[in-house]
Design a protein around this ligand. Sequence first.
Ligand code: PAF
Length: 282
Amino acid sequence: MKLIESIEEMQSTAINARQAGKTVALVPTMGYLHAGHASLMDEGRKRADILVASIFVNPTQFGAGEDFNTYPRDLEKDKLIAKAAGVDYIFAPKASDMYPTGYQTYVNVEELTLPLCGASRPGHFRGVTTVVAKLFNIVMPHLALFGKKDFQQLTVIRRMAADLNMTVQILGMPIVRESDGLAMSSRNAYLSQAERQSALCLSLALQSVRGAFRSGERSVEALRKLALDIINAEAFAVIDYVEFYHEATLTEVEQVDDRTLVALAVKIGKTRLIDNCVLGED
Ligand code: PAF
């Protein structure tokens, strides 16, 4: 496994791989890797000849007062995880190379970025789509893999790729959970022991909604109440949103069905966590 920091070197490596007839898969990450990232890498390893993982804490997707400076970073541990997952190249550019003085070009997906995390974190998805578009131009992957925990991010990136006629295939992979149900996230590292316990309310709320759906409940209000009751019972939890949206259009539904996305964002102490499920999926 090789660490590449230079944009030019990554581009020439990708061009050479393509000219040699090899397929390239990219797993874009902000580092502090966990089993969720490893599952994306495992899948990428199976599907392509060359596997690249990018590690870049992207400043443009963090708002003022968000956790850009404190976002957890551990490149040495990341290297071990990436190597074990069969990554060929880690691409870890410098922020000053990705956004040099004079930088002024951004990619913005419109409607899909307005609700949910887009409403709570204005400008966040503009930063995500910009950096992902840049990574696609640098790594030139045939395939890029993203986790479904960031469901809206995945939807927005698919839209960007389709709208801009990008040839990269976007693959969404299932959420990876701890044994007690907590969705894996680099931000879980912020949680104290008591907050970690409290954070289980997100997956418990989703389980409860899913259980009621399977028993025949179709009312958004009844299902929302189930989730709210579970989350509001937790001392550290402050709800940002509990929404029932159509999974493809990210618009509100009046009655739930198999294609309904249940999306949660909850602050546990100072840590904002997200989780979701699509009711018709396992
Ligand atoms: O999901 C993430 O870790 C980031 O948003 C991504 C896709 C790597 C872009 O910075």
